[in-house]
Design a protein around this ligand. Structure first.
Ligand code: F6R
Length: 608
């Protein structure tokens, strides 16, 4: 979704802003722009399209605005098509703004402003905010911001510059994230830390309804009554390398390869004396033992991590778990109450539907536990209990390493829950925990074999559609494999419970609808093989993902991706997801797609 950056300091800011915007490209966007205080005016340059072809080309042609204070934006269109005029920054020469989020009552505000003589150029909701600020402005920016905000409904993060205050940036947020970075003789605003990591690791988290005022030497915060506020500085523990490609062709490939190490960083601090210990996250065995029902609420890949979690928690702890798509859960009057645990899984911690679902669960009396990657994000801040995954910045839009650590955390949780409930004893819990600790090595081994994934990808390039099938945990994994493939390769695919195929979907099988069968669960293996035969005899090309030692006959599979034999069934999803990620990655590369930024997708989905 949209990205915001602002710089005020002593350096010429145009290049700094553009380079910071490039760090936000991963969020997804379709236009970009900058506005700089330049010789008593606000100079804005903006263009539809990618930064390199649009904004940078325009800056090269028109010249970079000269100045040391400016704001910038990448826009992911919501109100109004992607176009130069709908791009941000938006303003009228006196006040210019960048905006993330959606102003829900923009039509009313627009009508009001038109009645006051204002004209509008763009189709955006953002322009109403810029003009409303102008309407209220009579010399004091903070007064104008407070008055305008009292009229606005919706979600926003705003970066604002006033022509009369050439060395200041103003910022405010509600729902949409925004941070304020503190440098030496220079300060920043940004949607997320990756944009400014190369300049500083020190930042403030702007809370709802707080106004920040920055110049090169100072940062002040005010509440909506104009009272000044003291805030605590945070230090980012991500470093620059984490946000660079590090020799890999794409962020996605780098992130796939980072999985062994991020599992260790995520689980090792939560294992004490060989047993899971989530007490630093506010989770105790007594608490875990008190829940009668668990809901996992999330979107997309994070929701798929919940599906793996459901199998594992139900199997080990024998507590009923229901996995819910956040955008459905929040509108279907869910039956949730005191005594229930609602787990919200989110890489970004800002997904609008997941956040709203969590708020609803709290209102209904449930306890909430967030499993989140981005520190200080909204979901992290509002949950009753919190487990941070330590995946580091995930830049590729398609989630890989974040999914891996989400499931690693679900395992820890399941083990601790099962022990607390007396469903497994300490010896078994230690054994499972130690197996979990061994998964990074197994994944390293799988990552040595990218050739098979490349070969398989080459077989899929011209497919009309694909089916991913499996049973039990293999079915849970098929969902993620299928999503990865379609978001990256743009080939349609579906995941299906292998036993359900013959109840309708098998009619889709032709020789151009390959089937990727995941068959790692030994108790279900023979049944899955029977289902594979059903599609094979109907002409499907079959790719099987299974243990290395299994050698499929020609009447079962055309290709195999072998996994280490010594991974326990329960932990197989962590191993088996790797070839599925690699197959999706290479299919996308071979089709010449933009792997890290697939079309139409945004990394952080902050609108519902
Ligand atoms: C797919 C993907 C998305 C996200 C989903 C939720 O690769 O990344 O499906 O998983 O948009 O995002 P978060 O985890 O940030 O809540």
């Amino acid at each position: 979704m949209c990205g915001i950056v602002g710089y005020v300091g002593r350096q010429q800011c145009a290049d700094i802003l553009v380079s910071a915007l490039k760090k936000l490209e991963y969020r997804g966007y379709d236009s970009a722009g900058i506005a700089v205080h330049s010789n008593g005016k606000i100079k804005t340059v903006k263009a539809k399209g990618k930064i390199a072809e649009g904004l940078e080309a325009k800056l090269a042609k028109e010249g970079k605005p000269y100045g040391t204070c400016g704001i910038a934006h990448t826009r992911w269109a919501t109100h109004g098509e992607p176009s130069d005029v709908n791009s941000h920054p938006i303003g009228n020469g006196r006040i210019t703004i960048v905006h993330n989020g959606i102003i829900e009552n923009y039509r009313e505000i627009k009508e009001f402003l038109i009645s006051k003589g204002y004209g509008f150029e763009s189709e955006t909701d953002t322009e109403t905010v810029a003009k409303l600020l102008d309407y209220y402005y009579s010399g004091d920016p903070i007064d104008a911001i407070i008055s305008a905000l009292s009229d606005i409904e919706g979600a926003y993060a705003l970066g604002i510059i006033f022509r009369d205050f050439p060395e200041k940036i103003y910022a405010v947020r509600k729902e949409s994230p925004l941070i304020v970075g503190k440098g030496k003789g220079e300060n920043f605003i940004a949607s997320d830390m990756t944009a400014i990591l190369e300049h500083t690791k020190e930042y403030y988290l702007l809370e709802q309804g707080e106004i920040a005022v920055l110049d090169g030497d100072s940062i002040s915060f005010y509440n909506l009554h104009k009272g000044s506020i003291e805030k605590t500085i945070c230090i980012a523990d991500w470093d620059m390398d984490a946000a660079e490609k590090g020799g890999y062709e794409h962020f996605m490939l780098k992130e796939i390869h980072e999985q062994p190490s991020v599992i260790k960083t995520t689980i090792n601090p939560r294992i004490k004396d060989g047993l899971p210990d989530l007490s630093e996250c506010g989770i105790t065995p007594e608490k875990l033992n008190s829940y009668k029902r668990i809901f996992v609420v999330a979107c997309g890949t994070a929701m798929h991590a919940g599906v793996v979690g459901r199998y594992v928690i139900e199997k080990l702890a024998r507590v009923p778990v229901s996995v819910e798509i956040a955008s459905e859960f929040r509108y279907r009057e869910p039956i949730v109450s005191e005594g229930d645990l609602v787990i919200v899984i989110s890489q970004s911690g800002e997904t609008a539907d997941s956040l709203a679902a969590m708020r609803l669960a709290k209102q209904l009396g449930a306890e909430t536990l967030a499993i989140v990657n981005v520190k200080g994000s909204s979901i992290a801040r509002e949950a009753d209990m919190l487990i941070y995954t330590h995946a580091g910045p995930e830049i590729a839009v398609a989630s890989t390493k974040a999914y891996m650590v989400q499931i690693a955390v679900m395992y820890l949780l399941a083990f601790e829950m099962a022990l607390a409930a007396g469903k497994i004893d300490e010896t078994e819990c230690r054994r499972l925990t130690s197996l979990l600790r061994e998964t990074p090595e197994k994944i390293e081994k799988i990552l040595e074999n990218t050739e098979d994934a490349q070969y398989i990808a080459a077989q899929l390039l011209t497919a009309d559609s694909l089916l991913y099938i499996g049973r039990g945990l293999d079915y849970a994994l098929s969902m993620e494999g299928s999503l990865k493939l379609k978001e990256l390769s743009y080939i349609h695919s579906e995941s299906y419970a292998a036993g359900e195929l013959k109840h309708g979907t098998i009619s889709l099988i032709t020789d151009n609808v390959p089937v990727i069968a995941v068959a790692t669960q030994q108790n279900l293996f023979d049944k899955t093989i029977s289902n594979i035969k059903e599609v094979k005899t109907r002409g499907a090309k079959v790719i099987i993902v299974c243990r290395e030692s299994y050698v499929p006959d020609k009447d079962i599979a055309d290709f195999k991706f072998g996994l280490p034999d010594d991974v326990e069934d329960l932990l197989m999803p962590m191993a088996a997801v790797v070839p599925l990620q690699l197959i999706a990655y290479y299919t996308s590369v071979l089709r010449g797609n933009d792997v890290d930024k697939p079309r139409n997708l945004a990394k952080s989905v902050t609108v519902e």
